[in-house]
Design a protein around this ligand. Sequence first.
Ligand code: NDP
Length: 341
Amino acid sequence: MTETKLYYDKDADLSAIDGKTIAIIGYGNQGRSQALNIRDTDCGAKVIVGNIKDESWEQARKDGFEVYTISEACKRADMILLLIPDEAMHEIYQQEIEQHLQKDKVLCFASGYSITYHLIEPPKNVDVILVAPRMGGKEVRELYVSGKGFPSFLAVKQDASGKAKKTALAIAKAIGSTKGNSVLIEVTFEQETLSDLLSEQALCPLIMAAWIAKYEVDVENGVPPEAALLELHLSGEWAEDFKRMAEMGIVKQLPLHSKTSQYGQLTRLNQLLTLEKESPNYNQIKAFVERQAEKIKNGEFAREWSVEQEAGYIMLKKLYEKYANSPMIKKEQETLRMLRQ
Ligand code: NDP
């Protein structure tokens, strides 16, 4: 295994983007926050916005940016930050971006998806980099304003200029990622795609399945559904636990729970991992994760997702309908209304 490359604020030099025009393409979750952060960073770069003519366009104007069509913004820019949804990216790239990618331009992604699956194949004479915050767009701005950073993944796919890494580091610093000495980790586009999609397709479904099972067993044993839901996620206690895991580590935060809780958590985890008789089968859980990883790596998921998009998101709508109308989620919404009274 090669050594992980980590970078911090001292490794990033804003002079790599000084005097450059940076086009933020897509003024949404990430786009707005990154545009505001770069403008507020004293980096000598000019930020312009490229968007379709909609509310986000108006928002960018209100925020004081020069706003252009995507094509015009890409024409004017030295560096293009692609912050539109992954599923829309390749079409927009072909129609409005590709023709403006002359030598020395930089194409910067916040997700590895389009490059990993060859949906976008940039010309060889441009730099292709990735600066992917491990943070939602809203928090990217909030943390910046409060003087804190957030970790990001960095990657270089093409280094036509010989300066691609320096540019990626400078962009990461300008969007506020390295504030508070927060870390940047170098990965490949493919690794970013795998890790991101595997969280969504293996970890989240397993957590949600465990959530549903716990709710059902609570209620089958007479616990009021509202109490079961509070105990799950509605009280916010779990959200606090996850925050502490991020700050202190999974095991180090355990002493903040009661001794009964610590004993219960560790013994049952150990039963699960060592395949004790009455525990669920960990090998099946691991096999499920491995199967999803395989489908991500061999492109099966990407093909499935393209077919779904072309079909007008039929399955996605059906599943939203199914789960929004499931007894647990209906009760969850009722409980939320009750809690807000
Ligand atoms: P958004 O869903 O917020 O959309 C960004 C912008 O793209 C919006 O202005 C949106 O307009 C516009 N847009 C949507 N569809 C089209 C289209 N068909 N043509 C042109 N413009 C369109 O995107 P995110 O900020 O969530 O994601 C941007 C990138 O950042 C993605 O690559 C994503 O994977 C990555 N990323 C996202 C994170 C997140 O927390 N969301 C975290 C890390 C990376 P409108 O507002 O009108 O819909």
